[in-house]
Design a protein around this ligand. Sequence first.
Ligand SMILES: [Zn+2]
Length: 445
Amino acid sequence: MFAAGMIGIALTIILILGPSGKVNANRTSIPLDLKSNTVPTVETGQSAIEAIEPVAAEQTALIGTKPATAQETPEPKMSWQSFTVKEGDTLSNLFAQAGYNNTIMYSVLGKGNKNKELTRIFPGEDIAFANDDQQKLNNIKLTRSPLEFVTFNRQDDNTFASETHRRTPEVSVAYTEGEIQSSLFLAGQKAGMSQNQIMALSNIFGWDVDFALDIRQGDRFSLVYEELHLDGVKYKNGKILAATFENQGRKLKAVLYKDSKGDENYFTPDGKSMRKAFIRTPVDFARISSHFNLKRKHPVLHKVRAHRGTDYAAPTGTPVKAAGDGKVLSAGTKGGYGKTIVLQHGQKISTLYAHLHKYARGVRSGARVKQGQVIGYVGSTGMSTGPHLHYEFRVNGIHRNPVKVKLPHAQPIAGAELALFEQQTRDTLAQLETLQNSYQIALND
Ligand SMILES: [Zn+2]
């Protein structure tokens, strides 16, 4: 499901960011201090955690794994069969493919499905079955990713015990930068970024830059990010630690911060959230069919009547999202507006969504909504010439142009957290600076 989602997003980028063209981008991978995140994962229940080889002795102690014992019983001879889980596979048909019946499957699952890890199988994972020399199922290995596998081993009492094995990749820091000739997508690829990273970069700056409309040739980006390695071989690109984006001469900078609750978000270097308290456009895949215009001639009444909002044309049934966290002030029919929702956000701001086809479940007067939550669906109720969302943004009761109004930031970092923020982000920001400079020097050599 996740993978399918990412493909959708990647396609969206291609569509939004335009056709192919010349791209100027370069990439450098400068190994820096290894930041190893060797925090053990704690798990409860039947499973035990064991690090996979090779783990140094002191690291073993740190991770808290079982030290290897000197006298281990010699491995019995096993014959393995391995399968890749496909879409639509069930546990029972995987067992059947390997030649085991349901009785055997249930004996592996154990009393009360205690080995329920085995029921959570996903397409793309590998499952391997091993028989002992008496052709009896002895061991199952479920490989979820290069970083995780689960084993189910027959015990002396013929029950099976599960063990989850996780690897911590070695993390190094890398840097890349690029210049956009035609699209962020192409420039990002040229800079060696993965599709997920390009998506992440556009999400970080997406509150300030409209990647469909604002991008110009010559816009630049740079980023410091994690590279994950297994046994010294690069496994994949990791998260972005800090980044810059230069859009039409405007310079933006963001740094990742993990707060004291463990939540990770991007902030400006002085601790303002990169996120805004409001999303600009409450409906995706729509085009503006009518702008905010105080002197518009009304399309139905044919009289000059102020258009105090923005119209987004979209097919009937397109989800409409709450622009920000807030409370439903009203959800009901409002004359020419048809089915209409009004949200109150804090003391000053309210937003209005009109001509809806219907309301989302649970959206009624007094209900709380979160930013991005679907509150209703585009329709053509009331005085309307076709399916569209009429959207209004009011500050202290005064209508403002939803496309242009300055949107307040989400909560900045404050108080005691600020010291922690500064301490944690100082090194990353310094790294970004150093790498940008050394990259420029390398280019000019
Ligand atoms: Zn309108």
